[in-house]
Design a protein around this ligand. Structure first.
Ligand SMILES: Nc1ncnc2c1ncn2[C@@H]1O[C@H](COP(=O)(O)OP(=O)(O)O)[C@@H](O)[C@H]1O
Ligand SMILES: CC(=O)OP(=O)(O)O
Ligand SMILES: [Mg+2]
Length: 401
């Protein structure tokens, strides 16, 4: 179904938005409202005419939504002329309740509220965005697209933690997985690049942004992913630790003055490559490594070694791997991370072509040698387009096309 969808991705301190045509993926405007609730608020609104970047007081999510509509009024395109089909919201945690996207109503909102305890860093911000958008665009249908939905197909042995069964059930403790819109989009693109239908191929997707996760996709279906109950498990990230012996938390509680919230902040905001080297941004980290900084070199090695381990694990989980796809900011841009991660993996049938890996590009491309049994791709993700497509699908089903 075609039509323009306003896609909203609300974070705790920022709000990203796009107007995207659900069929073609063409974005007529993209924007970011930053530093919500703090000093130094900014709006960055991009249209085909150019980029408008300016300071703007943004007290809360209502003010952020207002700043967005003001940007459209002032710099275009005209939201009315765009004839929006719907608003599509990214919601990070949909729990085991939502295996697919849904039309928003009060009942859906209350279920997402109920799930906020499982994603305290993400769901409250997503809910704030939904509340404001419903008030601001009361005439438009609104749809939620969950990060978790794509992973609800995981088999029980992949989503189950080996915990006391009753405790786990009572507190809904299991692995949910995140970045589902990206894994769905990129795995489909990978199948197309292999010249096959998604149902025919097995792919490992490595989504490496600030948050990072790996996903084993068998025949178009997620069978395992590295994030778990929350987006903290798995890969080493910009500021998140990823996998850790859970006893580390107990040790810190027993032997330091740190409280639960301090440890939460430590693991989510002051760990990962930032915790190891003082640098969160992969570009800064790479520069520091080139300058001879040994902490930065260790951080990069830890980051890539964790990735290698997941590639090995997911090769075993899938049995046969047709392609590995790198995506998101680091995956799409860092030749160094790709090379270090895949170094000497010939034993798994993975042969990187160093020249193709180093050639910069903005489009989907193959970076493995002609002989590599497992193809290696760089595929730019497009979570907003995937959200717009899902939104249009729900609208077509609910109202007819
Ligand atoms: N040219 C580049 N080389 C290496 N890393 C890059 C490059 N461009 C962006 N990145 C990295 O991508 C990461 C952000 O990825 P992104 O997908 O935008 O994250 P998120 O959506 O989670 O905020 C940052 O660590 C940034 O350093
Ligand atoms: C779920 C998650 O980690 O999202 P992000 O990468 O946007 O932080
Ligand atoms: Mg992202």
């Amino acid at each position: 179904m075609s039509g323009n969808v306003l896609v909203i991705n609300s974070g705790s301190s920022s709000m990203k938005y796009q107007v995207v045509d659900a069929e073609s993926g063409t974005a007529s405007a993209t924007g970011l409202v930053e530093r919500i609730g703090g000093p130094g608020g900014r709006v960055r609104h991009s249209t085909i005419d150019g980029i408008h970047d300016y300071g703007c007081e943004v007290a809360d999510h209502a003010a952020a939504m207002q700043a967005m509509t003001d940007a459209f009024t002032e710099h275009g395109p005209d939201l009315v002329a765009l004839d929006l089909l719907a608003v599509g919201h990214r919601v990070v945690q949909g729990g085991a309740r939502f295996g697919r996207s849904v039309l928003i109503d009060d009942r859906v909102v209350s279920i997402i509220e109920d799930l906020a305890g499982l994603a305290p860093l993400h769901n409250p911000a997503n809910l704030a965005g939904i509340a404001v958008a419903r008030a601001q665009f009361p005439h438009l249908p609104q749809v939620v697209v969950f990060d978790t939905a794509f992973h609800l197909t995981m088999p029980e042995h992949a989503y189950t933690y080996a915990l006391d069964k009753q405790v786990a059930a009572e507190h809904r403790i299991r692995r949910y997985g995140f970045h589902g819109t990206s894994h769905a989009f990129v795995s489909r693109q990978a199948a197309a690049m292999l010249g096959a239908e998604p149902a025919q191929v097995n792919v490992i997707v490595l989504h490496l942004g600030n948050g990072a996760s790996a996903c084993a996709v068998r025949g178009g279906i997620s069978v395992d992913t590295s994030m778990g109950l929350t987006p903290l498990e798995g890969l080493v990230m910009g500021t998140r630790s990823g996998d850790l012996d859970p006893a580390v938390v107990l040790h810190l509680l027993r032997s330091t003055e740190l409280g639960v919230d301090d440890i939460d902040a430590l693991l989510n905001k002051r760990s990962g490559v930032f915790g190891l080297s003082g640098r969160q941004d992969m570009r800064d980290l790479e520069q520091a490594v080139a300058d001879g900084d040994t902490d930065a070199a260790t951080a990069l090695e830890v980051y890539c070694y964790r990735l290698r381990k997941y590639i090995g694990a997911y090769t075993a989980a899938l049995g046969r791997v047709d392609a590995i796809a790198f995506t998101a900011g680091v995956g799409e841009n860092s030749a160094v991370v790709r090379a270090l991660t895949l170094q000497d993996l010939g034993v798994l049938g993975i042969e990187l072509d160093p020249v193709a890996n180093e050639s910069p590009g903005k489009t989907a491309r193959e970076i493995s040698t002609a002989d590599s049994a497992v193809k290696v791709f760089v595929i730019p993700t497009n979570e907003e387009w995937e959200i717009a497509r899902e939104t249009a699908e729900v609208i077509a089903e609910s109202y007819g096309s």
